[in-house]
Design a binder for this molecule. Structure first.
Ligand SMILES: [Zn+2]
Length: 401
Protein backbone atom coordinates (compact mmCIF):
# COMPACT_ATOMS: atom_id res chain seq x y z
CA UNK A 1 0.00 0.00 0.00
CA UNK A 2 1.32 3.45 -0.93
CA UNK A 3 1.74 5.79 1.98
CA UNK A 4 -0.05 9.13 1.85
CA UNK A 5 2.24 11.90 0.68
CA UNK A 6 2.08 13.58 4.07
CA UNK A 7 3.76 10.57 5.67
CA UNK A 8 6.13 9.78 2.83
CA UNK A 9 7.52 13.30 2.64
CA UNK A 10 8.33 15.90 5.25
CA UNK A 11 6.81 19.31 4.67
CA UNK A 12 8.98 21.38 2.37
CA UNK A 13 10.03 24.86 3.40
CA UNK A 14 10.95 27.02 0.45
CA UNK A 15 11.93 30.67 0.16
CA UNK A 16 11.43 32.17 -3.29
CA UNK A 17 13.13 35.47 -4.03
CA UNK A 18 11.76 37.54 -6.88
CA UNK A 19 11.82 41.07 -8.27
CA UNK A 20 8.10 41.66 -7.83
CA UNK A 21 4.87 40.01 -6.80
CA UNK A 22 1.39 40.11 -8.28
CA UNK A 23 -0.72 39.03 -5.31
CA UNK A 24 -3.98 38.53 -7.20
CA UNK A 25 -4.99 42.18 -6.80
CA UNK A 26 -1.96 44.44 -7.24
CA UNK A 27 1.54 44.28 -8.65
CA UNK A 28 4.17 45.30 -6.11
CA UNK A 29 7.57 46.12 -7.53
CA UNK A 30 10.68 45.52 -5.47
CA UNK A 31 12.56 42.56 -4.01
CA UNK A 32 10.19 40.17 -2.28
CA UNK A 33 10.51 36.77 -0.66
CA UNK A 34 7.61 34.32 -0.74
CA UNK A 35 7.79 31.63 1.94
CA UNK A 36 6.19 28.24 1.44
CA UNK A 37 5.76 25.49 4.00
CA UNK A 38 4.32 22.24 2.72
CA UNK A 39 1.42 23.08 0.44
CA UNK A 40 0.76 26.59 1.75
CA UNK A 41 2.16 30.07 1.50
CA UNK A 42 3.21 31.12 4.99
CA UNK A 43 4.47 34.66 4.42
CA UNK A 44 5.19 37.29 1.80
CA UNK A 45 8.09 39.42 2.97
CA UNK A 46 9.42 42.64 1.50
CA UNK A 47 13.13 42.35 0.70
CA UNK A 48 15.33 39.33 0.17
CA UNK A 49 15.39 37.38 3.41
CA UNK A 50 17.09 34.06 4.01
CA UNK A 51 15.10 32.05 6.50
CA UNK A 52 16.61 29.05 8.25
CA UNK A 53 15.82 25.51 7.20
CA UNK A 54 14.39 26.53 3.86
CA UNK A 55 15.44 25.75 0.35
CA UNK A 56 16.35 29.06 -1.29
CA UNK A 57 15.11 29.65 -4.83
CA UNK A 58 16.67 32.87 -6.08
CA UNK A 59 14.98 34.19 -9.22
CA UNK A 60 16.33 37.63 -10.02
CA UNK A 61 14.07 39.61 -12.34
CA UNK A 62 11.17 37.25 -11.82
CA UNK A 63 7.52 37.95 -11.07
CA UNK A 64 5.74 35.63 -8.65
CA UNK A 65 2.03 35.40 -9.29
CA UNK A 66 -0.80 33.02 -8.41
CA UNK A 67 -1.18 30.01 -10.66
CA UNK A 68 -3.76 30.69 -13.36
CA UNK A 69 -7.31 29.33 -13.22
CA UNK A 70 -9.00 28.20 -16.42
CA UNK A 71 -12.76 28.11 -15.84
CA UNK A 72 -13.64 26.12 -18.98
CA UNK A 73 -11.62 23.24 -20.38
CA UNK A 74 -12.21 19.77 -21.79
CA UNK A 75 -9.48 17.39 -20.73
CA UNK A 76 -11.01 14.63 -22.86
CA UNK A 77 -10.48 16.60 -26.08
CA UNK A 78 -6.86 16.62 -27.17
CA UNK A 79 -6.70 19.76 -29.33
CA UNK A 80 -6.14 17.66 -32.45
CA UNK A 81 -7.85 18.59 -35.75
CA UNK A 82 -10.74 16.20 -34.91
CA UNK A 83 -10.80 15.71 -31.13
CA UNK A 84 -14.29 14.14 -31.19
CA UNK A 85 -13.16 11.35 -33.53
CA UNK A 86 -9.94 10.89 -31.57
CA UNK A 87 -11.85 10.50 -28.31
CA UNK A 88 -14.29 8.04 -29.93
CA UNK A 89 -11.37 5.77 -30.78
CA UNK A 90 -10.14 5.72 -27.17
CA UNK A 91 -11.42 3.38 -24.51
CA UNK A 92 -11.65 4.77 -20.99
CA UNK A 93 -8.10 3.75 -20.06
CA UNK A 94 -6.65 5.41 -23.14
CA UNK A 95 -8.83 8.47 -22.59
CA UNK A 96 -7.70 8.72 -18.96
CA UNK A 97 -4.06 8.57 -20.04
CA UNK A 98 -4.63 11.33 -22.60
CA UNK A 99 -6.51 13.43 -20.05
CA UNK A 100 -3.67 13.10 -17.57
CA UNK A 101 -1.27 14.31 -20.25
CA UNK A 102 -3.61 17.23 -21.00
CA UNK A 103 -3.74 18.17 -17.32
CA UNK A 104 0.08 18.07 -17.13
CA UNK A 105 0.29 20.34 -20.18
CA UNK A 106 -2.02 22.81 -18.45
CA UNK A 107 0.02 22.74 -15.27
CA UNK A 108 3.35 23.15 -17.05
CA UNK A 109 1.78 26.21 -18.70
CA UNK A 110 0.93 27.80 -15.37
CA UNK A 111 -2.68 26.60 -15.01
CA UNK A 112 -2.79 25.30 -11.44
CA UNK A 113 -6.59 25.06 -11.23
CA UNK A 114 -8.94 24.12 -14.01
CA UNK A 115 -12.65 23.49 -14.34
CA UNK A 116 -13.53 20.67 -16.72
CA UNK A 117 -16.92 21.54 -18.22
CA UNK A 118 -17.58 18.32 -20.06
CA UNK A 119 -15.97 14.90 -20.03
CA UNK A 120 -17.00 11.38 -20.99
CA UNK A 121 -18.24 8.92 -18.35
CA UNK A 122 -17.10 11.11 -15.43
CA UNK A 123 -13.41 10.43 -16.19
CA UNK A 124 -12.25 13.86 -15.00
CA UNK A 125 -13.50 13.15 -11.47
CA UNK A 126 -10.93 10.38 -11.16
CA UNK A 127 -8.12 12.81 -11.96
CA UNK A 128 -8.79 15.02 -8.95
CA UNK A 129 -5.83 14.54 -6.66
CA UNK A 130 -5.86 14.50 -2.89
CA UNK A 131 -4.24 17.19 -0.74
CA UNK A 132 -1.35 17.53 -0.37
CA UNK A 133 -0.25 17.05 -3.93
CA UNK A 134 1.56 13.84 -4.84
CA UNK A 135 5.15 14.00 -6.09
CA UNK A 136 3.94 14.30 -9.69
CA UNK A 137 1.12 16.77 -9.25
CA UNK A 138 -1.75 17.53 -11.55
CA UNK A 139 -3.60 20.84 -11.47
CA UNK A 140 -6.50 21.16 -9.04
CA UNK A 141 -9.47 19.92 -11.07
CA UNK A 142 -13.12 20.86 -10.68
CA UNK A 143 -15.35 18.60 -12.73
CA UNK A 144 -18.82 18.73 -14.28
CA UNK A 145 -18.87 15.18 -15.65
CA UNK A 146 -20.70 14.65 -18.95
CA UNK A 147 -22.55 17.83 -19.94
CA UNK A 148 -26.33 17.45 -19.81
CA UNK A 149 -27.72 17.77 -23.31
CA UNK A 150 -30.70 16.71 -25.44
CA UNK A 151 -30.86 13.34 -27.19
CA UNK A 152 -29.13 14.44 -30.40
CA UNK A 153 -27.93 17.70 -28.88
CA UNK A 154 -24.57 19.41 -28.57
CA UNK A 155 -21.94 16.90 -27.36
CA UNK A 156 -24.50 14.08 -26.96
CA UNK A 157 -21.62 11.67 -27.73
CA UNK A 158 -20.14 12.39 -24.30
CA UNK A 159 -22.96 10.41 -22.70
CA UNK A 160 -25.00 13.13 -20.99
CA UNK A 161 -28.05 13.10 -23.30
CA UNK A 162 -31.53 13.15 -21.75
CA UNK A 163 -35.12 13.80 -22.83
CA UNK A 164 -36.29 17.42 -22.73
CA UNK A 165 -38.29 16.78 -19.58
CA UNK A 166 -38.08 18.25 -16.05
CA UNK A 167 -37.98 14.86 -14.33
CA UNK A 168 -35.20 13.56 -16.57
CA UNK A 169 -33.30 16.79 -15.94
CA UNK A 170 -33.65 16.57 -12.16
CA UNK A 171 -32.47 12.96 -12.24
CA UNK A 172 -29.44 13.89 -14.36
CA UNK A 173 -28.49 16.70 -11.97
CA UNK A 174 -28.89 14.44 -8.94
CA UNK A 175 -26.75 11.73 -10.51
CA UNK A 176 -23.93 14.24 -10.96
CA UNK A 177 -24.30 15.48 -7.40
CA UNK A 178 -24.22 11.92 -6.06
CA UNK A 179 -21.11 11.14 -8.06
CA UNK A 180 -19.39 14.16 -6.56
CA UNK A 181 -19.32 16.64 -9.43
CA UNK A 182 -18.31 20.18 -8.48
CA UNK A 183 -20.55 21.99 -10.94
CA UNK A 184 -23.47 21.20 -13.26
CA UNK A 185 -23.02 21.92 -16.96
CA UNK A 186 -26.04 22.10 -19.24
CA UNK A 187 -25.95 22.60 -23.00
CA UNK A 188 -28.75 25.12 -23.46
CA UNK A 189 -28.10 25.69 -27.17
CA UNK A 190 -26.43 23.91 -30.04
CA UNK A 191 -22.70 24.13 -30.62
CA UNK A 192 -20.14 24.30 -33.38
CA UNK A 193 -18.54 20.89 -32.91
CA UNK A 194 -21.74 18.82 -33.11
CA UNK A 195 -23.08 18.25 -36.65
CA UNK A 196 -26.83 18.69 -36.73
CA UNK A 197 -27.00 20.96 -33.71
CA UNK A 198 -27.44 24.66 -34.28
CA UNK A 199 -25.95 27.41 -32.16
CA UNK A 200 -28.93 29.72 -32.63
CA UNK A 201 -31.44 27.16 -31.37
CA UNK A 202 -32.34 26.44 -27.78
CA UNK A 203 -32.10 22.78 -26.77
CA UNK A 204 -34.15 22.66 -23.59
CA UNK A 205 -37.36 24.46 -22.73
CA UNK A 206 -37.29 27.21 -20.13
CA UNK A 207 -39.24 24.93 -17.79
CA UNK A 208 -36.57 22.22 -18.00
CA UNK A 209 -33.74 24.69 -17.49
CA UNK A 210 -35.55 26.06 -14.44
CA UNK A 211 -35.79 22.52 -13.06
CA UNK A 212 -32.05 22.05 -13.65
CA UNK A 213 -31.15 25.18 -11.71
CA UNK A 214 -33.55 24.35 -8.89
CA UNK A 215 -32.22 20.80 -8.53
CA UNK A 216 -28.57 21.91 -8.74
CA UNK A 217 -29.10 24.49 -6.01
CA UNK A 218 -30.97 21.96 -3.89
CA UNK A 219 -27.84 19.79 -4.17
CA UNK A 220 -25.64 22.75 -3.28
CA UNK A 221 -24.04 22.98 -6.71
CA UNK A 222 -23.68 25.90 -9.11
CA UNK A 223 -24.91 25.53 -12.67
CA UNK A 224 -23.33 26.98 -15.76
CA UNK A 225 -24.89 26.67 -19.19
CA UNK A 226 -23.33 26.54 -22.63
CA UNK A 227 -25.34 29.32 -24.28
CA UNK A 228 -24.81 30.62 -27.81
CA UNK A 229 -28.29 31.37 -29.13
CA UNK A 230 -30.02 34.54 -28.04
CA UNK A 231 -33.22 32.63 -27.20
CA UNK A 232 -31.24 30.11 -25.12
CA UNK A 233 -29.53 32.97 -23.27
CA UNK A 234 -32.95 34.48 -22.53
CA UNK A 235 -34.13 31.12 -21.17
CA UNK A 236 -30.98 30.73 -19.04
CA UNK A 237 -31.42 34.19 -17.54
CA UNK A 238 -35.07 33.45 -16.77
CA UNK A 239 -34.13 30.09 -15.25
CA UNK A 240 -31.64 31.77 -12.90
CA UNK A 241 -28.41 30.06 -13.97
CA UNK A 242 -25.25 30.94 -12.04
CA UNK A 243 -23.12 31.23 -15.16
CA UNK A 244 -23.17 31.00 -18.92
CA UNK A 245 -20.41 29.93 -21.29
CA UNK A 246 -19.67 31.64 -24.64
CA UNK A 247 -22.63 34.08 -24.41
CA UNK A 248 -22.30 34.90 -28.10
CA UNK A 249 -25.94 35.94 -28.69
CA UNK A 250 -25.87 33.89 -31.89
CA UNK A 251 -28.75 34.22 -34.37
CA UNK A 252 -29.27 32.76 -37.83
CA UNK A 253 -28.07 35.96 -39.45
CA UNK A 254 -25.42 37.11 -37.02
CA UNK A 255 -25.38 38.36 -33.45
CA UNK A 256 -28.20 40.05 -31.60
CA UNK A 257 -27.81 41.08 -27.97
CA UNK A 258 -30.98 42.75 -26.65
CA UNK A 259 -30.45 45.53 -24.15
CA UNK A 260 -32.71 43.98 -21.49
CA UNK A 261 -30.71 40.73 -21.48
CA UNK A 262 -27.38 42.52 -21.13
CA UNK A 263 -28.87 44.47 -18.23
CA UNK A 264 -30.29 41.34 -16.58
CA UNK A 265 -27.00 39.42 -16.89
CA UNK A 266 -25.17 42.33 -15.27
CA UNK A 267 -27.67 43.03 -12.50
CA UNK A 268 -28.18 39.40 -11.51
CA UNK A 269 -24.40 38.82 -11.43
CA UNK A 270 -24.63 35.90 -13.84
CA UNK A 271 -21.06 34.90 -14.62
CA UNK A 272 -20.14 35.42 -18.25
CA UNK A 273 -17.62 32.80 -19.34
CA UNK A 274 -15.81 34.51 -22.19
CA UNK A 275 -14.31 32.01 -24.60
CA UNK A 276 -10.86 33.47 -25.16
CA UNK A 277 -7.32 32.25 -25.77
CA UNK A 278 -5.84 31.28 -29.13
CA UNK A 279 -2.47 29.70 -29.68
CA UNK A 280 -0.82 29.79 -33.11
CA UNK A 281 -2.05 26.89 -35.27
CA UNK A 282 -0.97 27.65 -38.86
CA UNK A 283 -2.93 24.86 -40.57
CA UNK A 284 -6.16 25.43 -38.67
CA UNK A 285 -9.03 27.01 -40.61
CA UNK A 286 -11.62 28.39 -38.17
CA UNK A 287 -15.29 27.81 -39.07
CA UNK A 288 -16.45 30.70 -41.30
CA UNK A 289 -19.61 31.25 -39.26
CA UNK A 290 -17.43 32.06 -36.26
CA UNK A 291 -15.05 34.28 -38.21
CA UNK A 292 -18.00 36.30 -39.54
CA UNK A 293 -19.50 36.80 -36.09
CA UNK A 294 -16.34 37.26 -34.03
CA UNK A 295 -16.14 41.09 -34.21
CA UNK A 296 -19.80 41.27 -33.13
CA UNK A 297 -19.31 38.75 -30.32
CA UNK A 298 -16.31 40.71 -29.02
CA UNK A 299 -18.32 43.95 -29.19
CA UNK A 300 -21.08 42.37 -27.10
CA UNK A 301 -18.61 41.10 -24.52
CA UNK A 302 -16.99 44.53 -24.39
CA UNK A 303 -20.43 45.97 -23.67
CA UNK A 304 -20.89 43.54 -20.79
CA UNK A 305 -17.46 44.44 -19.39
CA UNK A 306 -18.30 48.15 -19.61
CA UNK A 307 -21.55 47.57 -17.75
CA UNK A 308 -19.63 45.87 -14.96
CA UNK A 309 -20.83 42.30 -15.55
CA UNK A 310 -19.01 39.45 -13.82
CA UNK A 311 -16.70 38.07 -16.49
CA UNK A 312 -14.20 35.27 -16.45
CA UNK A 313 -11.82 33.75 -18.99
CA UNK A 314 -12.54 30.15 -19.97
CA UNK A 315 -10.60 28.87 -22.95
CA UNK A 316 -12.53 25.76 -24.06
CA UNK A 317 -9.08 24.14 -24.13
CA UNK A 318 -8.94 20.92 -26.11
CA UNK A 319 -11.62 21.58 -28.73
CA UNK A 320 -9.33 22.53 -31.64
CA UNK A 321 -5.64 22.96 -32.54
CA UNK A 322 -5.52 26.64 -31.42
CA UNK A 323 -6.76 25.46 -28.01
CA UNK A 324 -3.99 23.41 -26.35
CA UNK A 325 -4.49 22.87 -22.63
CA UNK A 326 -2.04 25.60 -21.66
CA UNK A 327 -3.71 28.23 -23.89
CA UNK A 328 -4.95 30.43 -21.03
CA UNK A 329 -1.79 32.56 -21.01
CA UNK A 330 -2.57 33.70 -24.55
CA UNK A 331 -5.99 34.90 -23.40
CA UNK A 332 -4.53 37.53 -21.07
CA UNK A 333 -3.36 39.82 -23.88
CA UNK A 334 -6.45 39.07 -25.97
CA UNK A 335 -8.71 40.39 -23.22
CA UNK A 336 -7.67 43.88 -24.38
CA UNK A 337 -10.10 43.32 -27.26
CA UNK A 338 -13.01 43.34 -24.81
CA UNK A 339 -11.67 46.31 -22.88
CA UNK A 340 -9.76 44.51 -20.14
CA UNK A 341 -6.25 45.86 -19.59
CA UNK A 342 -3.18 43.87 -18.50
CA UNK A 343 -3.60 44.25 -14.71
CA UNK A 344 -7.32 43.48 -14.76
CA UNK A 345 -6.61 40.49 -17.06
CA UNK A 346 -4.31 39.03 -14.41
CA UNK A 347 -7.05 39.55 -11.81
CA UNK A 348 -9.66 37.88 -14.04
CA UNK A 349 -7.48 34.76 -14.40
CA UNK A 350 -6.61 34.55 -10.67
CA UNK A 351 -8.77 36.12 -7.96
CA UNK A 352 -11.74 36.59 -10.30
CA UNK A 353 -11.74 32.99 -11.48
CA UNK A 354 -11.15 31.70 -7.94
CA UNK A 355 -14.32 33.45 -6.80
CA UNK A 356 -16.31 32.00 -9.70
CA UNK A 357 -15.18 28.42 -9.07
CA UNK A 358 -15.84 28.75 -5.34
CA UNK A 359 -12.24 28.62 -4.14
CA UNK A 360 -11.60 32.27 -3.30
CA UNK A 361 -10.50 31.42 0.24
CA UNK A 362 -7.80 28.99 -0.94
CA UNK A 363 -6.39 29.87 -4.36
CA UNK A 364 -5.82 32.80 -6.69
CA UNK A 365 -3.75 34.90 -4.29
CA UNK A 366 -0.18 35.20 -3.09
CA UNK A 367 -0.83 35.67 0.62
CA UNK A 368 -0.22 33.82 3.86
CA UNK A 369 -2.64 30.95 4.30
CA UNK A 370 -3.32 30.47 0.61
CA UNK A 371 -2.29 27.38 -1.32
CA UNK A 372 1.21 27.53 -2.75
CA UNK A 373 0.04 27.50 -6.38
CA UNK A 374 2.51 29.76 -8.13
CA UNK A 375 3.39 30.85 -11.63
CA UNK A 376 6.81 32.46 -11.77
CA UNK A 377 7.78 34.24 -14.97
CA UNK A 378 10.85 36.04 -16.23
CA UNK A 379 10.13 39.78 -16.36
CA UNK A 380 7.12 41.96 -15.67
CA UNK A 381 3.97 40.80 -17.50
CA UNK A 382 2.43 44.28 -17.14
CA UNK A 383 5.34 45.97 -18.93
CA UNK A 384 6.07 43.11 -21.33
CA UNK A 385 3.15 40.92 -22.49
CA UNK A 386 5.56 38.20 -23.64
CA UNK A 387 6.91 37.75 -20.11
CA UNK A 388 3.92 35.57 -19.18
CA UNK A 389 5.22 32.95 -21.63
CA UNK A 390 8.74 32.90 -20.15
CA UNK A 391 7.96 30.49 -17.36
CA UNK A 392 10.72 29.98 -14.79
CA UNK A 393 8.79 27.76 -12.39
CA UNK A 394 5.33 26.48 -11.55
CA UNK A 395 4.35 25.27 -8.08
CA UNK A 396 1.26 23.20 -7.45
CA UNK A 397 0.34 23.06 -3.75
CA UNK A 398 3.96 23.63 -2.83
CA UNK A 399 5.43 21.09 -5.23
CA UNK A 400 7.64 22.44 -7.99
CA UNK A 401 6.48 21.03 -11.31
ZN1 LIG B 1 -16.76 23.74 -23.87
Amino acid sequence: MALPTSIRERPRRTAIRAARVFDGHVMTDGPTTVLIDGSSITAVVSGHVEPENAELVDLAGATVMPGLIDTHVHLCFDASPDPVATLAERDDDAARTAMTAAARTALAGGVTTLRDLGDRTYLSLGLRTPDPAPVQPLPRILAAGPPITTLAGHCHFLGGAIADDPRAMRAAVRERAERGCDVIKVMSSGGVMTPGSRQEEAQFTREVLTAAVDEAHRCGLPLTAHAHGTSAIADCVAAGVDGMEHVSFWTTEGVEAPEHLLAAITERRIVVGMTVGMAPAPDHVPPPEIVARLPLILATLRGLVERGAVVVAGTDAGIAPPKPHDVLRTALGQLAEVGIGPLEALRVATTGAARVVGLADRVGRIAAGFEADLLIVDGDPLADPEAIHRILAVYARGVRV
